[in-house]
Design a protein around this ligand. Structure first.
Ligand SMILES: C[S@@+](CC[C@H](N)C(=O)[O-])C[C@H]1O[C@@H](n2cnc3c(N)ncnc32)[C@H](O)[C@@H]1O
Length: 219
């Protein structure tokens, strides 16, 4: 991993951001790609991988989801936990805040009705990480991956994600077994909240039935 994007970097970044803008961060709205993807889903078990300040986690928990929120920055997790308490005890009780490194952390297989991983720098292979996250999705569940593209197509200039490895549409689609997933969205979409640039958005639903193991064989 790049030395500038490791746990120490994020701890430092969250400490500074929360010191300077903690009140604003606590009131941040959920991500629009998430509200689009999950707004109509029936609440169940969700994983927010790389949850950061926790606005997405708290939006899900407030809608009745039981959320596992994973991040390697303890400072961000502490902020998310404290914000949850101010939102309400019922919301706070629906979240498990987990300190873990997504370079290796693996979800319980087929456990979550929703796995969301938004704007997380990938330390190793994108395909491997996509498959590891996808393995946590229960049959019929939803996988939402969002990556910040490194170049703004409107201006051709580098974005704050330049130099990072984040999920792309091509890599995510290539990582997922075509028989096992229905793609709801697999496209670069405008970054509505930021007002500039594009995000790679992959929203895929896992089949309820496992893909046939004898595909292509004669009976
Ligand atoms: C750009 S923020 C995005 C936070 C949140 N998903 C959002 O959309 O607001 C990236 C988050 O991923 C976390 N992160 C980056 N690499 C990680 C890793 N290897 N393991 C766990 N968390 C990681 C950082 O600490 C940070 O909170």
């Amino acid at each position: 991993m790049s030395a500038t994007l490791d746990r120490e970097f994020w701890e430092e970044r969250w400490s500074q951001a929360l010191r300077e803008h903690g009140d604003t961060i606590a009131k941040m709205p959920p991500n629009a790609h998430l509200t689009d993807a999950a707004g109509d889903l029936r609440p169940g078990r969700a994983l927010d991988a790389g949850c950061g300040h926790g606005s997405d986690t708290l939006w899900l928990a407030a809608r009745g989801w039981r959320v596992t929120a994973v991040d390697f920055a303890a400072t961000a997790l502490a902020h998310g936990r404290a914000t949850a308490e101010t939102v309400g005890g019922d919301v706070a009780a629906r979240v498990d805040w987990v300190e873990g490194d997504l370079a290796t952390w693996a979800p319980q297989p087929e456990h979550y009705d929703l796995v969301a991983c938004l704007y997380v720098h990938v330390a190793g292979s994108v395909r491997e990480m996509v498959r590891r996250m996808a393995a946590g999705v229960a049959p019929g569940g939803t996988l939402l991956l969002v990556g910040h593209r490194p170049v703004d197509p409107a201006t051709g200039t580098a974005t704050p994600a330049a130099g990072q490895v984040q999920v792309s549409v091509d890599e995510a689609v290539a990582a997922l077994e075509p028989d096992g997933w229905e793609f709801v969205v697999a496209a670069d979409r405008p970054r509505r909240q930021a007002g500039t640039g594009v995000d790679a958005v992959i929203c895929a639903r896992r089949s309820n039935t496992p893909p046939p193991t004898n595909a292509g064989q004669n009976p």
